[in-house]
Design a protein around this ligand. Sequence first.
Ligand SMILES: NC(=O)c1ccc[n+]([C@@H]2O[C@H](COP(=O)([O-])OP(=O)(O)OC[C@H]3O[C@@H](n4cnc5c(N)ncnc54)[C@H](OP(=O)(O)O)[C@@H]3O)[C@@H](O)[C@H]2O)c1
Length: 306
Amino acid sequence: MKALVTTALDPLALELRSVPDPRPRPDEALVEVHATALNRADLLLAVRRPVGSPLGLDVVGTVLRPAPDGSGPPAGARVTGLASNNAWAELAAVRADRLAVIPDGVTDAHAATLPVAGLTALYALQKAGWLLGRHTLVTGASGGVGRLAVQLARAGGSEVTAWVGSAARGAGLADRGAKVVAGYDAPPTGPVDLLVDSVGGEVFAHGYRLLRPGGVAAVFGNTVRAELRLPADWGHARPGVRIEYLFLLDEVTRRDVPAGLALLLGLVASGTLVAEPGLLTTWADPRRAIAALYSREVNGKVVLSV
Ligand SMILES: NC(=O)c1ccc[n+]([C@@H]2O[C@H](COP(=O)([O-])OP(=O)(O)OC[C@H]3O[C@@H](n4cnc5c(N)ncnc54)[C@H](OP(=O)(O)O)[C@@H]3O)[C@@H](O)[C@H]2O)c1
């Protein structure tokens, strides 16, 4: 089969190569891959893993052979899920307990936006707790996780402020439920009950200052890769504030992943969650897709058809 593999310690140097077919374990299904998506985590791994390594977390496809232990979706099911850095391939062995069946009406491209980004947004909001009647600030709201977090927070009954780089990056977010779409030139005002942050640096510091006593900062990224700073009165001015960090690949070890995916897929099927890809292209040209992600041109996820 063909797979996109690393050819140097450079994410732009991925290449389609012939590699041996996967040999699933007893708890893994063999999936014929139709689509996948790009995540910053994939690209971070691409500069750390040896040459020839497979990559890819988001998987959409058809089950060719169900898991030999009988668990998970049956043969022929159209599924999406979380692969183990092996989704950028024609065939992938995927843990059956990381897959969910895609309902009719949800396209492969829509489904491909959900596993990493959707579960991250969902679990981050769940860590924050009660959403109804609360005010949530989502940073990096133009991105793959951010656009879904805005909509899920709104669906949970929260008033939402989306923080993005520019008006163009915020396009469509008001229609998706953001009451305020703020830019870096005019930062959001508070108070807020919940900060959902993945940008880090000064963006995190500003958002933290807006938290009410008892509020929650749900953090899952530091895209700017800067030290996080808390204000001098970080504690006594905000009694009861919690900072929660979510690491998806750790979180899923304690979660019912198929149930989380089924919830997200159901919300997409009902029109409550709009999960359109910001860039839909083919895996044959990963360089263009990766460059678009890095240059902050993509509103939402980059989806690759396989
Ligand atoms: N902990 C976990 O398990 C986990 C899971 C998923 C994602 N993540 C991390 O969470 C972050 C968001 O993920 P994502 O998939 O939503 O990424 P994404 O689609 O690339 O979105 C990142 C957003 O951050 C904003 N941003 C602000 N400063 C930036 C900068 N200096 N460089 C690039 N972007 C900048 C961009 O919005 P503007 O251009 O509008 O400013 C962009 O939309 C990433 O760092 C990712 O690695 C972590």
